[in-house]
Design a protein around this ligand. Structure first.
Ligand SMILES: [Zn+2]
Length: 98
């Protein structure tokens, strides 16, 4: 059985690995976190009418900010955001304000 210091050491290793993982994911963001947050807010307001299972609202937001959707859409997919409501549920869960 691992003693206390060993448990502690493993915990620290895991924390360091998670921080590193997070930093590299952040480096891979196609837009700033602030832009993502604005997107989540926009979706939140616009999805009151329901999702039509496309990225219509996301695309609208991106084009209003002159952001190429080709850069962002594949990234959203990596986090399970294949339509507007999924972006809000799946991607915001990971990248929303902490
Ligand atoms: Zn949807």
């Amino acid at each position: 059985m691992a003693d206390k210091t060993e448990v502690q050491r493993r915990k620290e290793l895991r924390r360091a690995a998670e921080a590193k993982q997070r930093a590299s994911e952040e480096a891979g963001l196609p837009v700033s976190k602030e832009t993502l947050w604005a997107l989540f807010d926009y979706l939140d307001e616009s999805l009151a009418d329901g999702c039509d299972h496309s990225l219509r609202i996301t695309e609208q937001f991106l084009s209003s900010r002159k952001i190429q959707s080709e850069l962002v859409v594949p990234w959203l997919g990596e986090y399970g955001g294949f339509c507007d409501c999924e972006v809000l549920f799946n991607v915001e869960e990971r990248w929303g304000r902490q």
